[in-house]
Design a binder for this molecule. Structure first.
Ligand code: LRH
Ligand code: MN
Length: 428
């Protein structure tokens, strides 16, 4: 389904007055405390969040999966849906593919379709956590860490194939997440498993084009429940440091044990120039893959506070070099609406972190004025920055209120009319 630009303009005309009222109020408020709202709006309109190709249908758990209706049945329909999200919010100009769930039959045609929708291809994801039809060796007991070199070679070859597909589409990064690990003490030689993983990653790294980046994603448990070969940021960081400059750590927000201080992990990775990007989502308990900002919006804000803290180190983090991606699974919400909400929540956290009075904050920190430091941070967190987001969407030719227009245009009903209520998307 394509959304005609006229429908966007008509929607914006209706919303324009209300929008400009709230915007000018916020602009006054921010100018009074020395901020240039236009700078924030510019940063927001330049900021694009990649949509995962595996999260455009209904997700599920082992306890059940409830069809959404109108789910994309092909890669072409998936890219169409990402294009639809991008048309509505102007901030989702990239798609992250998962191979083999989304192997393009014709990479030129796929790239052409994406181009027409204003989409690029962000990191491509390999998959050595499932066995494919006709696969010679099983990944039941691991892949890059497997005790059998034939299985490791098969997994390395798969990653190199994924790089080739990504390269043909213009992607510049490979995300490696391993389900490898063990379910019981004694099952695995932990050191040897990590050493084999390192060797295998080295083989993949040496096959990577010189302008590509490898993103190593860590996870403490699931689908293994005693040990994972890459369980935490430290192990990912260790491998990235041992392998080379173009290997970085990918932070999936759902891949942390309860109460982990993720913003501190991000701060450390930035300091070591080893932060490669994010899989944004939210969680209450485990890798729940819920809507970003739906459970812990303050944590998301604190993560962006570290990302935009460039007072004393202006050039240590180039936003354009990081992979900003969502990784979610939609069990009860409409996937497209859920993704619109996630992008909005990420932009809100980003914008709030850009209106922190950094000089005041640093002086409070230097003087150990703890309460003042918290007040400065929370002043920004308590600011409703949505008028800036709306203005950045206007700037990008998108809808002032994408979620509202999504509903007004009955997008899901239209997709069900075209694709049927039983259509099922590949992915999680
Ligand atoms: C693992 C993970 C990883 C994927 C998958 C879809 O939990 O976060 O990023 O490949 O989800
Ligand atoms: Mn992930």
């Amino acid at each position: 389904m394509k959304i005609n630009k006229n429908l966007i303009e008509e929607h914006n005309r209706k919303k324009s007055e209300e929008h400009h009222d709230t915007l000018s109020q916020l602009e006054d408020q921010l100018s009074k405390i020395g901020f240039r709202p236009d700078d924030v709006v510019q940063k927001l309109s330049d900021f694009q969040v990649a949509i995962p190709s595996w999260a455009l249908g209904a997700g599920g758990t082992r306890f059940g999966r409830f069809k959404m209706g109108g789910e994309p049945r092909t890669l072409e329909e998936k890219i169409e849906d990402v294009g639809l999200i991008h048309t509505l919010n102007g901030s989702s100009g990239a798609v992250s593919l998962h191979i083999p769930w989304d192997i393009p039959a014709d990479t030129d045609a796929t790239q052409q379709q994406a181009l027409e929708l204003g989409l690029k291809f962000d990191a491509v994801n390999s998959n050595t956590f499932q066995d494919q039809q006709g696969q010679e060796y099983s990944y039941k007991f691991g892949s890059l860490s497997h005790t059998d070199p034939r299985v490791r070679d098969q997994a390395v070859a798969h990653n190199i194939d994924v790089i080739k597909i990504g390269d043909a589409l213009g992607s510049k990064a490979l995300t490696v997440w391993l389900a490898d690990g063990s379910n019981f003490p004694g099952q695995q030689n932990l050191r040897k498993a990590l050493d084999r993983t390192w060797q295998s990653l080295e083989d993949i790294y040496s096959a990577m084009p010189s302008d590509w980046t490898m993103l190593i994603e860590y996870k403490p448990f699931e689908p293994n429940f005693y040990s994972m070969v890459i369980p935490d940021w430290g192990t990912s960081f260790l491998l990235a440091t041992k392998l080379g400059d173009r290997v970085k750590t990918l932070v999936d927000l759902g891949h942390h044990l309860p109460n982990t201080n993720i913003e501190q992990i991000v701060a450390t990775l930035i300091m070591e120039n080893k932060l490669g990007g994010f899989h944004f989502n939210d969680s209450k308990y485990a890798d729940d893959d819920l809507t970003t900002g739906s459970i812990k919006p303050y944590q998301l804000f604190l993560i962006f506070c570290e990302l935009t803290d460039q007072v004393d180190n202006p050039d240590d983090l180039k936003f354009s070099e990081l992979a900003w991606m969502i990784d979610a699974s939609h069990n009860v919400k409409d996937p497209l609406e859920d993704l619109l909400q996630s992008v909005e929540a990420i932009q809100i956290a980003y914008a709030r972190s850009l209106i922190i009075d950094r000089n005041e904050l640093e002086s409070a920190r230097r003087n150990n004025d703890v309460s003042r430091a918290q007040d400065i941070l929370q002043m920004a967190f308590r600011t409703d920055v949505r008028p800036l987001l709306r203005e950045s969407r206007l700037k990008n030719g998108a809808a002032i209120q994408p979620e509202k227009l999504f509903r007004e245009l009955n997008v899901r009903e239209n997709l069900i009319r075209v694709r049927g209520s039983e259509s099922t998307a590949t992915g999680l």
